[in-house]
Design a protein around this ligand. Structure first.
Ligand code: FES
Length: 167
């Protein structure tokens, strides 16, 4: 199963709380309940990069829910993460074209090089590793995206040189 890619970690939490509150305020008062919980959590994750307990408590307070209700939704949906993300997102394509041209070996090399599994983040918060099914660049297979950079015809041998450019 592909592991969803998430944005990098938050930098200015006060500004993100303000933006989150403005987003919640867009909804009519009578809708500010469990009805809008998922879009509000999506917005919060987009801003903060993940959903730590304090953000979940903030959302619960704003929507009149208990932290347990919010936490239940966060853990139910694979998309939501309660762990911080790395500064760089390494996104490996596991679509058919990439797979038949060696993506599995590239993935194995990435796991060893970074010492994490798919969906994980390195201890130094430098990289998060995730996968996707086809970037629409099959002629360049196997493809690895790091942040917005597309790396084509990636092989295990090329990986260390590619990763060292991202600090
Ligand atoms: S299968 Fe990898 S880019 Fe299409």
């Amino acid at each position: 199963m592909a592991e969803a890619c998430l944005p990098p970690p938050a930098a200015d939490t006060a500004a993100f709380y303000r933006e989150l509150d403005a987003y919640i305020a867009h909804f009519a008062a009578e809708l500010r309940t469990r009805t809008v919980l998922i879009p509000v959590l999506q917005k919060a994750q987009e801003l903060f990069g993940y959903l730590p307990q304090e953000v979940q408590r903030h959302v619960a307070g704003a929507l009149g829910l208990t932290p347990g209700e919010v936490g239940g939704v966060v853990t139910f949906y694979h998309y939501f993460s309660t762990q911080p993300r790395g500064r760089h997102t390494v996104n490996i394509c596991l679509g058919t074209a990439c797979y038949v041209r060696g993506a599995k070996k590239v993935l194995e090399a990435l796991r060893q090089e970074l010492n994490i599994e798919l969906g994980g983040t390195t201890a130094d918060l430098r990289f998060s590793l995730c996968s996707q099914r086809c970037f629409g660049a099959c002629g360049l297979a196997p493809v690895v995206m790091i942040d917005k950079d597309v790396h084509s015809r990636v092989s295990p041998k090329k990986l260390a040189g590619i990763l060292e450019k991202y600090t």
